[in-house]
Design a protein around this ligand. Structure first.
Ligand code: PEP
Ligand code: MN
Length: 349
């Protein structure tokens, strides 16, 4: 929909706009109002260049696009009936819990094996464990490929599917070859379109699930959904959106908790939403409330950092990991909230 700055376009202006629209395969239909005339773009209006050209005209106020820019991720797309199943849970039918270490300590595999068993007993369906870590400080521990073996050994011991972040093509290949079930795209890489495309291409023929974090600096919701479209465009629709807090931070928290965007995402896309309360708030004491809020907002799952002995952990674990007892309590309360929101599903289970 084209809105001119003046009450209506002059005949010359209408001719110019029409020529641009026609070059983009569309036509222009004036909608005459008593005060103002606006102009509908009839046809596929997702041609970015066409929109930019019209919006760039000095007499145009703005162009409002009615069609969604993300064809596959749109709620009305053919993929809307797609269901993602992982760890025995079909997203949307039951609350999915991903839990485990922020970072696997390659010097202490036993701790990870203990945490893996403990999060399973607490009710987790997927085991997370950081192999390679995006660290703000270049001198901090950056992860170690040895942890990939530890992660897969924990999978063999517990039967839980495993999730790890990959940041480049080498890590992507190693993780897929090792059999990692869920690839995490971290907040720092959520806008790295070349990595998103590489992941999309690499998982196209597989049933791997991608957990796409919301970037620290992501703006409009469409930006997040379009990032997911980069992956699904190659053919694998197993993408889960993961709000994890944004910048600037809310004073006292690690980030600005953003679980409240869950219903907004769900209005636009069919993709499941799994919220990460751990990085949102950044401190174990605040994590349970954030997790419960996320479920109240309609999240389909939670990704929570948990550790058998947080103080012996590395990476984020000493400050933000829940103990298995805290995790079990949080899961139990989160499930109660989930049940309140999905009474019919609970009744038929
Ligand atoms: C993590 O999951 O440990 C992590 C680094 O997450 P994020 O990318 O959200 O910061
Ligand atoms: Mn972490």
């Amino acid at each position: 929909m084209i809105l001119p700055k003046a009450a209506r376009l002059t005949p010359e202006q209408l001719t110019e706009v029409t020529q641009i629209a026609e070059a983009g395969g569309c036509r222009v239909q004036p909608i005459v109002g008593t005060v103002r005339t606006i102009y509908a773009i009839v046809g596929d209006e997702r041609d970015e260049l066409m929109i930019n050209r019209i919006e760039g005209l000095p007499y145009i106020e703005r162009v409002d696009q009615i069609q969604s820019p993300h064809k596959l991720m749109d709620r009305r797309s053919g993929l809307a009936s797609h269901r993602i199943t992982l760890g025995g849970v079909t997203l949307g039918d039951e609350l999915l819990i991903i839990a485990g270490h922020c970072t696997i300590d390659p010097k202490n595999p036993q701790l990870f094996f203990e945490s893996a068993q403990a999060v399973k007993e607490a009710g987790a369906h997927v085991l997370r464990g950081g192999v390679w870590k995006p660290r703000t400080n270049p001198y901090s521990f950056q992860g170690d490929v040895k942890s990939l073996d530890i992660l897969l050994e924990a999978h063999r011991r517990t039967g839980l599917p495993v999730d790890a972040e990959v940041m480049d093509e080498t890590q992507l290949k190693l993780a897929l070859d090792a059999g990692v079930h869920m690839l995490q795209v971290g907040a720092r890489n959520a806008l790295n379109y070349s990595l998103l495309r590489n992941i999309g291409r690499a998982v196209a023929e597989r049933d791997t699930v991608v957990l796409l974090k919301r970037s620290l600096h992501m703006g409009p919701i469409n930006e997040f959904i379009s990032a997911a479209e980069y992956i699904t465009a190659f053919g694998n629709p197993n993408v889960i959106l993961c709000p994890r807090g944004t910048a600037p931070t809310l004073d006292g928290y690690r980030n600005h908790p953003d679980e409240s965007i869950t219903p907004l995402l769900k209005e636009k896309t069919w993709a499941p939403v799994v919220v990460d309360p751990s990085h949102s708030v950044g401190k174990a004491a605040y994590v349970p409330a954030c997790a419960l809020a996320a479920v109240a907002y309609g999240a389909d799952g939670l990704c929570i950092e948990a550790h058998v002995q947080p103080s012996k952990g590395i990476g984020d674990d000493p400050k933000q990991a829940l103990t298995p007892e805290q995790l079990a309590e949080t899961i139990s309360q989160a499930k109660q909230i989930w049940a309140l929101r999905h009474p019919l599903k609970v009744a038929s289970a």
